[in-house]
Design a binder for this molecule. Structure first.
Ligand code: 5CA
Length: 444
């Protein structure tokens, strides 16, 4: 992509409304624009990152055996009246009437809709277990939308729903999602810690929040330090195997959000030097709620003995749009964003420091073509601007690598390769630079 033809409205100054780094940087880097409180448009650079995050979520859900579908954003009120949540949900629910005065709502979550779909389609235990998921926009009329996409009113969520015959089987589905989440967040360069959490309006009594430690997080969390050091399971994980040893390893030591924190237990179970009290961002939340929805909505299947069995359910959410902010909170510096390569909007920036100089232009065009031919995505700054402004812009948008080309480097037969994360710069031949980039791209 040539920057001269891209849509990247950068802001020079810090926007006044932004209280935290990710919000400030997403606005400055031309990733989002607010349309009304807590509701954002995703501009091309931001949308690319959002799509990359979605892709990782898809891959890990598929690996765990979850099946993708797509439910609508607008739901009928009736099913929420069946479950009893229509009143409970209160002002957070955006209620709408259609032209026939039918009560509708913009879905804040989908337990009711998926239960209705499953109830009408599945009659036998032979069709269990199943995990269904979608990635769809949600609306919650939050009292205090803030921190940009971190606490929005309209936000993108991945929500999965599991259906099992027995509590024991449901626990296996829960464990599958638990493991899938560890892998999902690790692939985005994040260290997530599962913590015992409150279930709130979703319900049930077994629930974990997946927390990213960050000073600007909205949650206060307490855990054993060892949990931060645990490695996530590898890509070869067998989801048909018993996953409880992995789940036990991640839940065997104290970790709780403030709502579930028990100071006496914390002091008793965790030696003082290992006690970690920190702030965190909730990027995922999983729930087992048994028959809460299947009972009230009549979701039953015929069991092996012919008897009717009420289905055991759980739901599993990932804050897809929140993750864009969370990743930036975890990975930025004074100059701007530092994208982990798995979610970077482009692999490499190509900076022409002397546009109009025919030798430099020619060299850049050649390098641009060769980088793309090697399978790398490139943002080529071919605009006629000061070198300093170009460097600052590329540092701000945070692509993992920069290749800097000017008349001097060309005369020496070299380019400058800069790694955004470390700031390390090396002069080397273009071929060597290309080799390094291709090698880096193939590493996990
Ligand atoms: N139905 C269940 C799980 S599928 C559910 O709705 N869970 S939730 O309420 O915990 O939301 C799931 C995830 O969505 C949260 O962990 C969080 O990462 C994200 N999320 C929730 N509210 C917001 C919000 N206002 N803005 C951005 N992300 C949000």
């Amino acid at each position: 992509m040539r920057l001269s033809r891209y849509f990247l409205p950068l802001l020079r100054d810090d926007p006044k409304e932004a209280e935290i780094a990710s919000h400030r940087l997403m606005l400055r880097a031309g990733m989002i624009r607010q349309s009304s409180a807590g509701i954002y448009s995703w501009l091309p650079l931001g949308f690319k990152v959002l799509s990359k995050i979605e892709q990782i979520v898809h891959e890990e859900q598929d690996r765990a055996g979850a099946l993708e579908l797509l439910m609508p954003t607008i739901q009928p009120a009736e099913i929420w009246k069946e479950s009893g949540r229509y009143e409970v949900y209160g002002k957070e629910m955006l209620r709408i009437a259609d032209r026939h005065e039918r009560e509708m709502l913009y879905g804040p979550t989908n337990e009711e809709l998926i239960t209705a779909i499953f109830r009408d389609a599945v009659k036998s235990y032979k069709d269990l277990p199943r995990i269904l998921y979608h990635i769809q926009w949600k609306f919650r009329d939050e009292i205090r939308p803030r921190f940009g996409v971190m606490r929005g009113r309209e936000f993108l969520m991945k929500d999965s729903y599991s259906f099992d015959l027995t509590v024991e089987d449901a626990r296996k589905s829960y464990n599958k999602m638990f493991v899938a989440y560890l892998r999902t967040f690790a692939r985005m360069g994040l260290k997530s810690v599962p913590m015992v959490a409150e279930t709130g309006p979703i319900g049930g009594n077994l629930s974990h929040e997946f927390i990213i430690l960050a000073e600007t997080g909205e949650s206060e969390v307490y855990c054993h330090r060892d949990l931060i050091e645990l490695d996530p399971p590898g890509a070869d994980i067998d989801y048909a195997s018993d996953l409880s040893p992995i789940v036990d390893a991640f839940t065997g030591k104290y970790a709780a959000t403030s709502e579930k924190h028990d100071a006496v237990r914390f002091d008793r179970e965790v030696p003082a030097p290992d006690r970690l009290t920190a702030r965190g961002i909730e990027v995922g939340h999983i729930f087992f709620f048994g028959t809460k929805y299947s009972e009230s909505m009549g979701c039953k299947v015929q069991g092996p003995g012919g008897e009717l069995v009420t289905v055991q359910m759980g739901s599993y959410g990932v804050g897809v749009s929140r993750l864009v902010g969370a990743i930036i909170e975890a990975s930025h510096d004074e100059a701007g964003i530092i994208w982990p390569k798995s979610v970077a909007p482009f692999d490499v920036a190509l900076i022409n420091v002397k546009v109009g100089d025919s030798g430099t232009d020619r060299a850049c065009e050649d390098i641009f073509a060769k980088l793309q031919a090697a399978g790398l995505s490139v943002l080529y700054d071919d605009r006629d601007d000061r070198a300093g402004a170009k460097f600052a812009a590329m540092d701000l948008i945070g692509l993992p690598w920069q290749i800097i080309v000017g008349p001097k480097s060309i005369a020496a037969g070299e380019v400058e390769l800069k790694e955004r994360a470390t700031g390390a710069r090396h002069s080397l031949t273009f071929e060597s630079a290309l080799n390094r980039l291709v090698t880096a791209a193939s590493e996990p």
